[in-house]
Design a binder for this molecule. Structure first.
Ligand code: AMP
Length: 595
């Protein structure tokens, strides 16, 4: 499909051809004929970056009258930056309409200056809600005759607390206007606005409702909270071409992370609410033109920053609100490019990942923080490919070559390459030579195993819990027997058991956390074998049946007496009750003794 087929005016076609638009984007294929040919309203579920400005801009321009000096179209947007951007896009699209004027008005800017701009009597006004209300109160703008009302990034406007303002504004516009609402998500507050203020409308969805962009890969890394920054650095180092936003939760965190990155030599800067408007503009501009590789930002500060080719969005901290995650991750993977949304989490945040997976209807991949060697290799190969692709300016460099050859003459080819590669490699090697493993699982495992071993069992199920039972070698327990006990007790052969250790009196083993409940439930039916988690930071620990050393010794003695007649772990009933009674009796005695 081409733009010609929509019957757009010559002036519009000429302008968009100059902008390099060759064919319509999916949302435009649907909205352009709809807005031109049908008199109804529109609700469009679309993320920024899908081409939505042209989606409403081109078909409305087709219908505006440049000879009439009144506001015919009002576009409401959440932020100053978005207002400016929409207004610039509309100016570009309407470049060949000699008398058409577009004016942006937004908060945070001197109102007197903006009043002056309104002198030109624009046909299109692009505004943030607060500033528009102010101007309406001063009777400086008249929106009572508009033909089109566009609510852009409606969900963001509501997130920013503009709900009442939007309603006040809508009520000042004429009933017969056409309303086009664009939103990345559809929370119920938006549905309320739609049902209250919109006439007969059609809903267009580009991508799924409330879904993350299709070409975004969601990845999480699990580290101890104190290692978050080190993990960030490794992730960045593993992606030398990264161009991304690092989202933090607070201004303070944003400042700290950005300062650390800058100090450590990264091409990064911070964007947060404590910056003045000129400072914000300057940082955003540097980022837009890719003078900055990493922008560390709060959600609020990054609103309105519209960049289409981010390779990564990094959640330095996950947001509390899942919808905020959708917004963050939707900033990458735009305009048919792929992108990665990375989250750095600690163990207690895995439930958040699960909650997000449900909403975005996509699974996260748990990735391992790369070790020092992997990072060094990646950086080295990046350097080599840069060398392969560098433009050699023969004319300029040729005059220097004889001298360079003379200097390097004595070196072999191998030595030359090694030295050349070391220029870049040494820097990373130096930093990473003693790098620790940041992955939580691996670290815990090594501590337990005294650095020696790999465990068996499934991969990729994340954290494990270590258990201990009151049966050991003295009871004839072997790893095989332990596995038999677990299989029999749970009646589930899919339970994956790792890191078995049998001591004289106890047996220890690991279970993946998603199977912990099954184990606990199954063993709670067991009278002769007592199960206890051994990890100190395990929140389940306190809620388990526990046994102390005395109890264990008593139980063990009792058990030894009877082992020639009883099955070691399957026997229930009388003897089990006796065992329990004995323990109760001993406990009562101890209590008495204390009194
Ligand atoms: P938007 O979602 O409106 O912010 O647009 C995202 C980017 O896509 C902007 O840089 C637009 O200039 C660009 N764009 C919009 N429509 C097209 C098109 N049909 N072909 C190429 N680029 C486009």
């Amino acid at each position: 499909m081409t733009f010609d087929e929509f019957g757009l005016k010559e002036q519009i076609l000429k302008a968009i051809t100059e902008l390099g638009f060759e064919s319509p984007m999916p949302i435009q294929e649907r909205t352009i004929p709809y807005i031109i040919n049908c008199g109804k309203d529109l609700v469009a579920l679309a993320q920024t970056g899908t081409g939505k400005t042209a989606a409403f801009g081109l078909p409305t321009l087709q219908q505006l009258n440049e000879n009439e000096n009144r506001i015919q179209m009002l576009v409401l947007a959440p932020t100053r930056e978005l207002c400016i951007q929409i207004s610039n896009d509309l100016k570009n699209f309407s470049k060949y309409f000699k008398k058409l004027r577009v004016v942006p008005v937004y908060g945070g800017e001197d109102i007197v200056r903006q009043l002056k701009q309104l002198d030109v009597a624009p046909q299109i006004l692009v505004a943030t809600p607060g500033r528009l209300i102010d101007l309406c109160k001063r009777k400086k703008v008249n929106i009572s005759n508009i033909q089109f009302l566009v609510l852009d990034e409606a969900d963001e406007m509501l997130n920013m607390g503009f709900q009442e303002d939007i309603q006040t504004i809508i009520e000042q516009t004429p009933q017969d206007r056409r309303t086009f609402l664009f939103s990345a998500t559809m929370p119920k507050e938006i549905a309320n606005i739609v049902s209250k203020y919109m006439n007969d409308y059609e809903e267009i969805s580009v991508g799924k409702k409330n879904a993350g962009a299709e070409n975004v890969q969601h990845v999480y890394y699990m580290v101890q909270a104190k290692n978050r920054y080190l993990a960030l650095k490794r992730i960045v180092d593993l992606n030398p071409d990264i161009y991304g936003i690092v989202f933090c939760r607070t201004r303070q965190e944003t400042k700290e992370v950005a300062e650390h990155l800058m100090k450590d030599g990264y091409n990064a800067d911070a964007l947060h609410g404590d910056l003045s408007q000129p400072q914000r503009d300057s940082v955003m501009q540097k980022f837009r033109i890719k003078n900055l590789q990493l922008l560390v930002a709060t959600d609020v500060a990054a609103r309105g920053l519209d960049v289409n080719d981010l390779t990564h969005v990094i959640n330095y901290n996950l947001p509390d609100d899942v919808e905020v995650y959708t917004h963050r991750s939707g900033r990458t993977g735009r305009a048919n490019k792929s992108g990665v949304s990375v989250s750095i989490i600690h163990t207690k945040e895995r439930h958040k990942i699960r909650a997000i997976e449900k909403i975005i209807n996509k699974n996260f991949e748990q990735a391992q923080i790369p070790n020092g060697l992997e990072v060094c290799k990646k950086q080295l190969m990046y350097f080599i490919s840069k060398m392969e692709n560098v433009t050699v300016n023969d004319e300029e460099i040729d005059p220097f070559m004889p001298e360079i050859f003379a200097r390097l003459n004595s070196m072999s080819r191998e030595e030359l390459i090694k030295r050349f590669a070391s220029i870049e490699f040494n820097r990373f090697l130096e930093y990473y030579k003693d790098a620790i493993d940041l992955n939580i699982e691996v670290k815990e495992e090594r501590q337990k195993d005294g650095e020696k071993g790999k465990r068996s069992g499934r991969k990729g199920h994340g954290e494990r819990t270590r258990f201990k039972i009151n049966k050991g070698a003295r009871d004839g327990f072997t790893p095989r027997r332990l596995l038999g006990l677990i299989n029999d007790t749970t009646d589930d052969k899919s339970i994956s058991v790792g890191d078995i250790e049998i001591t004289q009196n106890f047996s220890f083993f690991d279970i993946f956390n998603d199977q912990v409940d099954k184990i606990i439930n199954a063993f709670s039916q067991q009278r002769r074998v007592m199960l206890q988690p051994v990890s100190d930071d395990n929140p389940r620990k306190n809620s388990q049946r526990r046994f102390n050393d005395n109890e264990h010794r008593d139980a063990h003695r009792d058990h030894k007496k009877k082992r020639h007649t009883e099955d070691r772990y399957d026997k229930k009933g009388k003897s089990g009750n006796k065992f329990k009674e004995e323990r109760r009796r001993q406990r009562a005695e101890r209590k008495k003794g204390k009194k």
